[in-house]
Design a protein around this ligand. Sequence first.
Ligand SMILES: [Zn+2]
Ligand SMILES: [Zn+2]
Length: 102
Amino acid sequence: MCSSDEQPLPPPAPFMWGCGKCWRLLRALGRKVTADAGCFTEQLAVARHIVENHPDEIPAPHTRGCDRCPGYAARNDGDPGELWAEHRARDLFLPEAVARLL
Ligand SMILES: [Zn+2]
Ligand SMILES: [Zn+2]
């Protein structure tokens, strides 16, 4: 699941530079990537933090190249559990190919 050793993490979005919690979470993610220990939990932690604390920064739904956004958009019960928001938040700190796995 964590193929980030092949694809370096992109530079964090500007708002993440100004948030101490974002930094801590990203550093934890970076350490896991370096240690090749799998970083699934850390990815979820960063996405969850962004959804809860930086809701204005979540990217718009993907219109191309995403298997998941059309499915979420077709739901008529909104975004229960904010999984869609977490999916889009992953764009902010993961390479696209990794971000769209979830
Ligand atoms: Zn933050
Ligand atoms: Zn998407």
